[in-house]
Write a protein that binds this ligand. Structure first.
Ligand code: NAP
Length: 484
């Protein structure tokens, strides 16, 4: 009999899992979704200008090539429409329980007891598809509650609040801020952008697909495949080596500096926008509209330190900036994977306890003593250079390969010694990556451990995740190897 599967989250990860179960003829699954719609991050991030800086043809499932993309880089509504299309085409929508947040998942020795506000249900397998960037992080700036205007986080955009003629402050200048600032600048009377650390920015060569190109993509599946493959290979062979501090580091830096020179004529402004850490240490911003927005007469870049939020605006070490709207483009709580869910494994330990020193999982998917629990887009599987959908598909394929093994043998877990070896390999690979090179980023914990990013090429990740479950996994209760 097919195992019963609880999938948590109806974003790209959870939907991919549900679709592959459907395609395999396994219908004994339920998708739990805390919100009223599917889409995950692409439902939550609806700020003006929201989109993806990975090209459309690669930012999609390999098994569901979309012929309707209207532009080279997809905008949020189009990505959401793609996910809706997938949900309908593969008949998974009927399996989603909306407005149902999973609060606890406890392994009782045989099954997972999954608890929501509506009660507890038992499943053989739990697949977590909650992503890494689902909990907006508001900064801890004194006085935030005293602000008399309207304020919100970029991932909780207040669409009822018209920005026309407003004096707006945007705090942050990461990928989200870079996308929304140009759109806000078009409407606001004045926009103050509060930058704590400059980012490296490279151009986004966006373009709409004309009718002929769209026709070609629609009727020549080989063209679509070749285009997708070309984008993927380019990212692997050119961008990845830059993050691994290899041959293309200089290329990436030169490209970013040229972009800055081309788009920002004022040398003083350019100086304030030039980072002092290596490119790629923080997520590189890919955008061609951010710098021009900063040169508009109604936009000013503020680089002095924020001291407090006041009733009427923002006070820094150098002055006071009036605002009636504050947008916090301040990122997400990214290193507390699965929080605030309580997940308790076979030995009565919670994942939170187990991960006190930083989250880790074999292949980013499995944790010893948490049998039949699988994570999608888990620890150390984020990318700085390629499509995360590729990684999610690798993970889902891996889970699919584990299902027959656990259906025959009962609950399986990754062997502790395999996990230990994985951690050593990961640590060794991490040493050559640029993320440790003296910058703060959402890739790491407060103590500096990089818990979010995958340090290898994605081709290697594909190879590792396609290995059969044995010998890395074992049925629970198997004898442990003798300690050396
Ligand atoms: P982020 O990259 O974490 O950026 C947060 C920004 O807020 C940073 O500029 C940060 O400054 C600033 N900040 C945080 N706390 C602050 C404080 N107390 N005072 C002043 N500034 C503060 O968040 P994000 O822009 O939402 O992006 C998160 C990730 O989402 C991206 O890296 C990317 O992976 C993904 N994303 C992708 C796309 C895409 O097109 N694919 C688009 C949007 C987002 P510091 O740099 O000094 O910390």
């Amino acid at each position: 009999m097919a195992p019963s599967v609880a999938i948590v989250g109806a974003g790209f990860g959870g939907m991919c899992m549900a679709i592959q179960l459907e395609r395999a003829g396994i219908r004994s699954y339920t998708v739990y979704e805390k919100a009223g719609d599917l889409g995950g991050t692409w439902r939550d991030n609806s700020y003006p200008g929201a989109g993806c800086d990975i090209p459309s043809h690669l930012y999609s499932y390999s098994f569901e090539k979309y012929t309707s993309w209207t532009r080279r880089y997809p905008e949020q509504p189009e990505i959401l429409a793609y996910l809706e299309h997938c949900a309908d085409k593969y008949h998974v929508r009927r399996k989603i329980r909306f407005n149902t947040e999973v609060r606890r998942a406890v392994f009782d020795g045989a099954k997972w007891q999954v608890t929501t506000a509506g009660g507890t249900e038992a499943f053989d397998v739990v697949v977590m598809g909650v992503g890494q960037l689902n909990r907006p992080r508001l900064p801890d700036i004194p006085g935030m509650t005293e602000f008399e205007g309207v304020s919100f986080h970029s991932a909780r955009w207040n669409h009822a609040h018209d920005l026309t003629g407003r004096r707006v402050a945007v705090i942050g200048n990461g990928s989200s801020a870079a996308q929304l600032i140009p759109r806000v600048a078009e409407r606001a009377e004045h926009l103050h952008v509060f930058q704590r650390t400059p980012n490296w920015v490279i151009p986004k060569p966006d373009a709409t697909f004309g009718p002929l190109t769209r026709l070609a993509f629609r009727h020549l599946p080989g063209l679509q495949r070749a285009y997708r493959e070309w984008i993927y290979r380019y990212a692997e062979t050119t961008l990845y080596p830059a993050l691994a501090q290899g041959w293309s580091v200089r290329l990436l830096k030169q490209r970013a500096l040229r972009h800055l020179r081309d788009q920002v004529p004022d040398p003083a402004l350019r100086a304030r926008l030039t980072p002092d850490y290596p490119p790629g240490c923080k997520r590189v911003v890919i955008d061609s509209t951010f710098y021009p927005a900063l040169t508009r007469p109604n936009v000013s870049l503020v680089t002095d330190k924020i001291v407090r939020v006041t009733a009427k605006g923002i006070q820094t070490t150098e002055g006071t900036y009036e605002a009636d709207t504050i947008v916090y483009a301040t990122g997400f709580n990214s290193t507390e994977f699965l929080a605030p869910m309580e997940v308790v494994g076979g030995e009565g330990q919670s994942l939170e306890e187990r991960w006190a020193g930083g989250a880790e999982a074999y292949l980013g998917i499995s944790v010893p003593a948490f049998p039949n629990l699988f994570l999608l887009y888990g620890p150390n599987t984020n990318l700085g250079h390629n499509s995360i959908i590729f990684m999610i598909e690798c993970q889902v394929d891996h889970v699919m390969a584990c299902l027959p093994y656990l259906a025959v043998n009962g609950p399986i877990e990754v062997r502790p010694e395999v996990m230990a070896a994985w951690r050593r390999q990961l640590d060794a690979a991490m040493e050559r990556m640029v993320w440790g090179a003296g910058c703060q980023s959402w890739y790491k914990t407060a103590s500096g451990r990089i818990t979010n990013n995958w340090p290898g090429p994605t081709t290697l990740y594909r190879r590792l995740t396609t290995r059969p479950p044995q010998p890395a996994y074992q049925p629970i209760g198997s004898p442990q190897p003798a300690q050396p």
